[in-house]
Write a protein that binds this ligand. Structure first.
Ligand SMILES: C[S@@+](CC[C@H](N)C(=O)[O-])C[C@H]1O[C@@H](n2cnc3c(N)ncnc32)[C@H](O)[C@@H]1O
Length: 275
């Protein structure tokens, strides 16, 4: 098996996902994006750094909150994400979208009022070290705001386990190694242990998503970076894999009146750089 640099692999997944990411008519990352900016208390005129900005679920609410007297910089390592978000922000001269590794952002110490990172900290090679580094980019009193997934309910866990098992029967093995679950409160709390940050608060929220057809679910699921899951299914096995997955969807998410309803628990964590 060839060793693939995990970062190059993740960047490739999101680069391929970028054209459709959060663009299939289903809002999934947008509600936590808006909520993260609100929880961070982003105000008119502030300077915000949005790490792993993707298609801008956090970046655009932040841009609205700071207005033209503020500044927002988005960083992502997937070139197609950077290109699409820069294009969408072209009429907002106070917004800049740039390519780079968000784990090692190159900005002067203390140069931001707020640093945000929506659903990306769990992709990093050393998330706790990154959080400590990000804290150094904040001015005294500045805020760091992260979103992550939260613990699934028993029903949610059963759905995710059955979905993974259905797919695993058809997939070639994944070279990535699974770490501890980033959906636990303890995992997130540990990220802040050695950072120069105080007043760590966590807020849980759920996002409810409705899909009128199974087809719409799959279009959405593939749009958020899951094509790499299907890429590991050999072409001749895809029809069977898809049928197995549809059965899982029917068993877990089907609603009596038709369609599928999914509820996803998420966590917003905000901390402050001491004054
Ligand atoms: C799940 S998406 C979230 C996008 C956006 N923050 C949101 O909430 O919708 C994760 C994003 O982080 C980016 N990303 C992950 N690791 C990164 C890194 N080390 N440097 C820069 N971008 C990274 C990916 O390319 C992807 O666009």
């Amino acid at each position: 098996m060839t060793d693939v640099d995990p970062k190059a692999r993740i960047a490739g997944v999101f680069d391929r996902a970028a054209p459709t990411y959060e663009q299939t008519g289903v809002e999934f990352f947008a509600p936590p994006g808006r909520a993260l900016v609100a929880r961070a208390g982003v105000r008119t005129g502030e300077r915000v750094l949005d790490l792993g900005c993707g298609r801008g679920s956090v970046l655009f609410p932040a841009a609205r909150a700071v207005g033209p007297t503020g500044a927002v910089v988005g960083v992502d390592f997937a070139p197609a994400m950077v290109a699409a978000t820069a294009e969408a922000a072209k009429d907002l001269p106070w917004v800049r979208v740039t390519s780079g590794d968000a784990e090692f952002p190159e900005f002067p110490p203390g140069s931001f009022d707020v640093v945000t990172a929506g659903f990306m900290v769990f992709f990093l090679s050393d998330p706790a070290a990154a959080v400590a580094r990000w804290a150094g980019l904040l001015r005294p009193g500045g805020r760091l705001a992260l979103s992550t997934f939260a613990e699934a309910t028993a029903a949610g866990q059963a759905f995710l386990a059955d979905r993974a098992a259905a797919l695993a029967r058809f997939q070639t093995p994944d070279p990535a190694t699974a770490g501890p679950s980033s959906a636990s409160r303890e995992w997130v709390a540990a990220l802040f242990a050695d950072a120069d940050l105080t007043d760590v608060t966590m807020t849980e929220m759920t996002v409810e998503t409705f899909f009128d057809t199974g087809e719409r679910y799959w279009t959405w699921w593939l749009s958020i970076g899951s094509p790499h899951q299907l890429a590991r299914v050999p072409a001749e096995r895809r029809p069977a894999a898809r049928a197995a997955l549809t059965a899982v969807l029917d068993a877990h998410l089907r609603q009596p009146g038709g369609g599928y309803r999914m509820v996803t628990p998420m966590r917003l964590t905000v901390a402050r750089r001491p004054d």
